[in-house]
Design a protein around this ligand. Structure first.
Ligand code: PRX
Length: 647
């Protein structure tokens, strides 16, 4: 056993004594999995109770609780007000420049109702799509819940994505409305956002055909001459703000689509992952209660993710609010105005449960422990991580420096596609190993198998598969059922298993270690980016003839994007200028998060006889390793020239 795997961290007896879930939950779920999920679903309010739990007859298209009806927004808001908890703070919102707002469940209900009334008044109907392209302002959450209330399917697009990325998502989902802000605060300064929407939606012959309205929240107020398209653009304050705070909700089928969220796959075009209502909310709410050990009315939860990612959907909106939680939402970056920001917020609001990505923990480590040490973090009682494997060193630092050695850490593995937590320790049960997500949560089943679907022995790497359907599972890829089957269900079609795209292994003690993607998907700071998406952006530049992109190990961000490009006939631009230009080109085409860390201009790319680029070998080069097997290459000498050209 390696030194990193032999140390275990059991929860304290005090934590165990008060935990929501104990060992028996696993047995209970195993005894009758479907009945277990039905019990979890009954924690929600159903207008029409379901009598059926799962229909898997048309696998891989699942239907959960399908004869039941519910309203997701009512479950997240109204039912808490009805239960007399309307004065409880739902959201402590903290703006980057230092402004803040506390929103109670009463206020949230009014605001969501106003937004729903306005969206209804402009003729939107259940099933229509609404794109939300917003920074982390309260109106973003209100907009999502207003859509849910009306049965509109929201498509949140991360506000860091480019206008081109927004346009392709708006077109794919045929969104009728885009909700945005005038600008967003970025490290203390206002930056435009509405202009990116204008650029995305175009005008005249280029105009996005589906979009009828753009609703603009005033956030930065930075531009007195904000460009405005008459008839299309309206201010949120003049429309939603003027609408009635009373709205009678309607219930929708459990399988009604709640949202589409685009994520990167192994091909150039992002996929719209579809989630529906009853099953998704069941698993988001259950996992929040169980994995985060949520105590209503006492805990203050803080998830550091952006609403543009699935973590923001499930653990900033639906999971916490379905449980009547009080949570913190912070608009800005962790070092604005300085590196104390997160710890000041924890101290000020008495945050008890803190959920962030390992990249941020590694960044905190670099900044130094004197920063968190300057604050009283004693309110914390549980820590979580998500988005990428956490290295044991970062886990230990998180445990000691942030958690004061007393907080269990839940390392949660899941995906946009799974909707909610799948693998994670239970904080009051599991003795954790730093760096391991430990195993499936009760109700979930996973296996680590070889190419043929046979279980691999402990200690050996295999493919992570989910061998039984789960309530929060994606129901498909928007508009492309074939791609859904191909992408997730073809690899182990015979067995009918979902292939997650990750490699994993069980250790001798039965702890499950997720080892990262085994496909062409990179993970940079917990953000998912496909190699081919970056390659397409690069070859779209007039100077580039061919490009190969890989994710190379990076101390802080997990992986860093490294590109190898072959140029067209060389022009006048200097090499350094061109590299800068190409990096910026990718940032504009996709997003600054996709900007390559390193671009190498090379004379050739290593290819097999069938013309396939050998990325594995490029990875070896980028990570400074001895080259693996080069025998299938057409011209092994290509490496000498690549190495000598490396910046
Ligand atoms: O490779 C796994 C990694 O993130 C991928 C899913 O990315 P995305 O859909 O963007 O969702 C991220 C937030 C849920 C997975 O295929 N991943 C996520 N969580 C972990 C992880 N890898 C290791 N450990 C984790 N806890």
């Amino acid at each position: 056993m390696s030194p990193t795997t032999d140390q275990v961290f059991p929860p304290s007896p005090e934590f165990v004594a008060q935990a929501n879930a104990n060992e028996s939950l696993y047995e209970h779920a195993d005894a009758d999995r479907l009945e277990f999920w039905a019990e979890q679903a009954r924690r929600l309010d159903w207008e029409t109770p379901f009598s059926q739990v799962l229909d898997w007859s048309d696998a891989p298209f699942a239907r959960w609780f399908y004869d039941g009806k519910l309203n997701v927004a009512v479950n997240c808001v109204d039912r808490h007000v009805a239960a007399g908890k309307g004065d409880r703070v739902a959201i402590h919102w903290v703006g980057e420049p230092g402004d803040s707002r506390d929103i109670t469940y009463n206020e949230l209900k009014d605001e969501v109702s106003r937004a729903a009334n306005y969206l209804d008044s402009i003729g939107l109907q259940a099933g229509d799509r609404v794109a939300i392209y917003m920074p982390m302002v309260p109106e973003a959450v209100i907009a999502m819940l207003a859509c849910a209330r009306l049965g509109l399917t929201h498509s949140v697009v991360f506000a860091g994505f480019s206008s081109a990325a927004l346009r392709s998502r708006v077109d794919d989902a045929q969104a009728k409305v885009v909700i945005t802000t005038d600008g967003q605060f970025r490290r203390g300064k206002p930056a435009p956002l509405k202009t990116a929407v204008d650029e995305a939606l175009g005008t005249g012959d280029d105009a996005a055909p589906s979009v009828e309205k753009v609703i603009v929240v005033r956030r930065t107020n930075h531009d007195p001459d904000l460009p405005w398209v008459a008839g299309r653009d309206v201010w949120w304050e003049d429309t939603v703000g003027e609408a009635s705070p009373h709205h009678e909700p309607e219930a929708f089928d459990a399988e009604h689509p709640l949202f589409v969220l685009y994520t990167s796959g192994t091909t150039g075009s992002p996929k719209g992952i579809v989630h529906t209502s009853g099953g998704y909310l069941t698993q988001a709410a259950y996992s929040f209660h169980t994995v985060f050990d949520h105590k209503e009315g006492r805990d203050v939860f803080w998830c550091g993710a952006d609403i543009g990612w699935v973590t923001g959907h499930s653990y900033l909106v639906y999971g916490p609010l379905a449980n009547g939680a009080t949570e913190v939402i912070y608009e800005g970056t962790p070092n604005s105005p300085d590196e104390h920001r997160h710890f000041q917020i924890i101290e000020k609001y008495g945050v008890t449960t803190y959920y962030i990505a390992p990249t941020l923990i590694r960044t905190f480590m670099k900044w130094g422990r004197e920063i968190p040490d300057a604050h009283d973090l004693s309110s914390l009682r549980l820590l979580g991580t998500v988005g990428e494997p956490i290295n044991p060193e970062a886990w230990r630092w998180y445990n000691t420096v942030i958690g004061g050695g007393r907080c269990p850490i839940v390392d949660t593995w899941w995906q946009t596609e799974t909707g909610a937590h799948m693998l994670a320790p239970l904080p009051g049960v599991t003795a954790c190993k730093p760096g391991s997500a430990m195993g499936p949560i009760p109700g979930i089943s996973a296996k680590v198998v070889d190419d043929n679907g046979n279980p691999v022995p402990a200690g050996e790497q295999g493919f992570l598969v989910l061998d039984k359907p789960w309530p929060g599972m994606l129901r498909g890829i928007w508009g492309d059922p074939e791609r859904y089957k191909d992408t997730y269900w073809s690899r182990f079609a015979e067995q009918g298993w979902y292939f997650a795209g990750d490699g994993a292994r069980y250790d001798e003690d039965g702890a499950l270690w997720v080892l990262g993607r085994v496909d062409d998907v990179m993970n940079v700071s917990g953000h998912r980016i496909s190699t081919s998406e970056v390659e397409s952006a690069l070859v779209a530049h007039p100077s580039v003839a061919e490009a190969a992109v890989i994710g190379a190990a990076d101390e802080t961000t997990g992986q860093g994007i490294v590109a190898f490009v072959i140029l067209m006939e060389s022009g006048d631009t200097s090499r350094d200028d061109l590299i800068t230009e190409l990096r910026n080109h990718v940032a504009t085409d996709i997003s600054p998060i996709a900007k390559p860390r390193e671009i190498n201009i090379v004379p050739e790319l290593p290819k097999t006889r069938s013309g396939k680029i050998m990325r594995r070998l490029l990875k070896d080069i980028a990570e400074g390793r001895e080259l693996g097997d080069t025998s299938t290459l057409v011209d092994p000498s290509v490496f000498e020239s690549i190495r000598s050209q490396r910046a």
